[in-house]
Design a protein around this ligand. Structure first.
Ligand code: IVH
Length: 699
């Protein structure tokens, strides 16, 4: 524990940067550290923020975590999707002694009895379920038919993923024997380990980048804009909650609900649950089930303990974050101690120099681990990790091993500090420090070049099928390819001459390159691997500027310090024309875009006929709809809500999830709820489907 406020503040600032970084990586589906470590960082952040008396507004943990994806319709959850309070292995009593999980569960149970004004010895049965590590989803069934699927989002509103969920085949399209009434069912979408492995094996065989972990992979698939063929991935679900229902008679206990859902063909935990009469039995089941973890075809990160009788739920209430009727028991992730033999430096696509731990091999979650990530040099210094130390290793998302801690009391006398690299290990040039990271900025650095080419061809960027890691390494070496534009100059003859390549596969790659030329500006921008320029920012820049020409022209003005240009797009806090583009980020992005190297790449790409304009969906602006904001509520007589939203967008309008003063029209269908009330309160125009169709010119 640092002593002075200065030290605390320094640690807090570093933690805040790390948290922001890892949160962004997580949102991109590229988590680098295990959840447990993220939670620990967050907990430590909370402690420091408390100790320093940080105001609500200044705290990271007070900001609502928005989790919406561009291009998806957003809707408000009728009942907020909260998260569960956790029993924490780090909780301590007033003497600083850790409180055993079992005791914490006992305390939780006793508090429930008190809240319900029940006697100490009263019977309050519990239901224990596995806590599957997937993504939560809300499903709307109307007259027994699945009509909408929504992500958790920020808990208040989520993204509509109906088509993705339908295509995936993970949840029933109808509840057998239910023909009237409406209910929302919540559950978890997950990727069974076996299906995930099979999918990755197919990707690897095709020379494509594999997916790091099943949970983020599942989240990524559910946000795929073209969901056709998603069924092949084998996503599955467990449904476990009905937060509200109208016009359907339901059992009065959680165990009854699960049985009811199972009887109607829904996938629910059946063999996995236990109705326990007391805390001892519940706890014993948590531990016993945990021992089976490695044999299951899905990842669980803990167990959920719920009050079984639903009649108590209303009385128990909730905080803004957690309901009081349930609690999560988290398993500790498998963690092993081993010796840190050495630290080497790896060069990433953006030139980031990442420390890699070389370990004495150790068996961890079924594989032998001899290398692990150390994240960054600030983290090494913060944790004071030295070569020769005994370190603790864990797996992130059960796949990539990470060094998560160090046993300082076991430090040998000859342990050596890890020094920050003063040269790039690949090209020898002097690196630069930016925030918590160190970068090689030499555009010709060979390690960086190879990583960048791979990234350019990858799925998230230009998506050149068949041009995977190995082939890139081969062409880069054989034909001295250093910039992505040169890939488009590859010929069938050149490719066919390479080892393990035939005429046919060479032709396929050339065809794939030709197809990739039309992907548009946003994908090109992603492919350039410019720091801070991720998928979302690339899409925003592409649609704002419309073409590479206008974007580069602006970059030059920005770099030249044209105040008007800077202010309009990137004011200090990122509240300008492009959401989230703050000054510091913009400085890096535009400097790189305006560099001679990037300009040369753009010119060469244009020379190869690569499309450098934004790809716009075919839109036909309709007067009266274009640039107006609509909110949809209730069930419309003929259109599905997704269809209505799609039509509004094609006509140039916007669709929002919540009513505000900025809303132009609320389209209300049957059983419109609170949004209609709000619209009336704010005096926003309320129209019906027929009027909307008329406005769209199709009525
Ligand atoms: S009940 C208030 N039951 O764990 C949310 N959740 O933090 C109550 N989860 O967001 C959800 N298995 O995504 C519940 N058997 C289970 C679960 C489960 C996994 C997830 C869910 C939720 C998170 C709780």
């Amino acid at each position: 524990m640092p002593t002075s406020a200065d030290e605390q503040r320094r640690e807090l600032t570093q933690l805040a940067e790390q948290i922001a970084y890892h949160e962004a990586a997580y949102r991109r589906g590229e988590a680098e550290i295990p959840d447990s470590e993220f939670d620990e960082m967050f907990e430590r952040y909370g402690e420091l923020a408390d100790a320093l008396g940080l105001e609500e507004g200044e705290r990271l943990d007070a900001a609502p975590g928005a989790d919406h994806t561009e291009g998806f319709e957003t809707v408000e959850h009728r009942v907020a999707m909260l998260s569960l309070e956790k029993l924490s292995p780090n909780r301590r009593d007033s003497h600083g002694e850790p409180i055993p999980l079992r005791e914490q569960l006992e305390q939780w149970y006793v508090r429930r009895l008190k809240e319900l004004e029940l006697e100490d010895g009263a019977r309050l049965p519990l239901l224990v379920e596995p806590k599957i590590d997937g993504i939560s989803v809300s499903l709307l069934y109307e007259g027994g038919e699945l009509t909408r699927a929504v992500t958790r989002g920020d808990g208040r509103s989520g993204d509509v993923i109906t088509r993705q969920v339908e295509e995936s085949g993970a949840v029933p399209r109808r509840l057998e024997g239910v023909s009237s009434g409406t209910l929302e069912v919540r559950g978890e979408l997950y990727w069974p380990t076996s299906a995930f492995r099979a999918y990755n094996a197919r990707l690897a065989a095709a020379g494509e980048r594999t997916i790091i972990n099943p949970r983020n992979g599942c989240a990524g698939l559910m946000k795929r804009k073209e969901p056709e063929g998603l069924g092949e991935a084998g996503i599955r679900s467990f449904l476990y909650q009905v937060p509200w229902v109208e016009g359907v008679e339901l059992p009065d206990s959680q165990s009854g609900i699960l049985r009811w859902l199972a009887d109607r063909g829904a996938p629910v935990y059946v063999d996995e649950i236990l109705r326990a009469d007391d805390v001892a039995a519940a706890f014993a089941h948590c531990e016993a089930y945990g021992a089976r973890r490695a044999t299951l075809d899905f990842d669980i990160d803990g167990m959920v303990i719920k009050i079984d009788e639903l009649k108590w739920y209303g009385r128990l209430g909730e905080t803004g974050h957690h309901p009081h009727w349930g609690i999560a028991f988290k398993f500790p992730p498998e963690r092993k101690a081993t010796r840190l033999l050495d630290v080497s430096v790896q060069v990433g696509k953006s030139g980031k120099l990442t420390p890699v731990a070389h370990l004495e091999p150790v068996l961890l979650a079924q594989t032998t681990v001899s290398r692990a990530s150390l994240h960054n040099f600030v983290e090494i210094e913060r944790k004071d990790i030295r070569i020769g130390d005994t370190v603790l290793v864990e797996k992130a998302g059960e796949i990539i091993p990470q060094v998560v801690g160090v046993k300082k009391d076991a430090r040998p006398a000859d342990a050596r500090a890890v020094s920050r690299p003063t040269t790039c290990p690949s090209c020898g040039s002097e690196p630069v420090v930016e925030e918590i990271f160190i970068y090689c900025v030499n555009p010709a650095c060979p390690a960086k070049v190879s990583e960048r080419l791979q990234h350019f061809a990858s799925r998230s960027a230009m998506d050149v099928e068949g041009l995977g890691e190995k082939l890139i390494a081969q062409v880069a070496q054989a034909y001295s390819i250093a910039t992505p534009d040169a890939l488009f100059g590859l010929t069938v003859e050149q490719l066919a001459r390479l080892e393990r390549m035939g005429e046919k596969s060479a032709q396929n790659v050339v065809d794939a390159l030709a197809r990739a030329k039309g992907r548009g500006l946003a994908r090109v921008l992603v492919g350039l691997a410019i720091r801070h320029l991720g998928e979302r920012m690339a899409e925003d820049l592409a649609s704002y500027f419309g073409s590479a020409e206008r974007l580069l022209e602006f970059a030059a003005r920005y770099v030249a310090g044209d105040e008007a240009a800077v202010e309009a797009l990137a004011p200090e806090k990122g509240t300008g024309a492009i959401e989230g583009l703050a000054r510091k980020t913009a400085d890096v992005i535009f400097a790189e875009l305006d560099s001679p190297a990037t300009r040369a790449v753009f010119a060469a790409l244009a020379g190869h006929g690569v499309k450098l304009d934004a790809v716009v969906e075919t839109r036909e602006e309709v007067e009266g709809v274009a640039n107006k904001t609509f909110v949809l509520t209730g069930t419309l007589p003929t259109l599905k809500r997704t269809e209505a939203a799609e039509r509004i967008k094609i006509a140039g309008g916007k669709v929002s999830g919540s009513v505000s003063k900025k809303t132009d029209f609320v389209v209300a269908g049957e059983e419109a709820g609170s949004k209609l009330d709000k619209a009336q309160k704010l005096g926003v125009a309320v129209i019906d489907e027929a009027t909307l169709l008329q406005m769209l010119g199709r009525g």
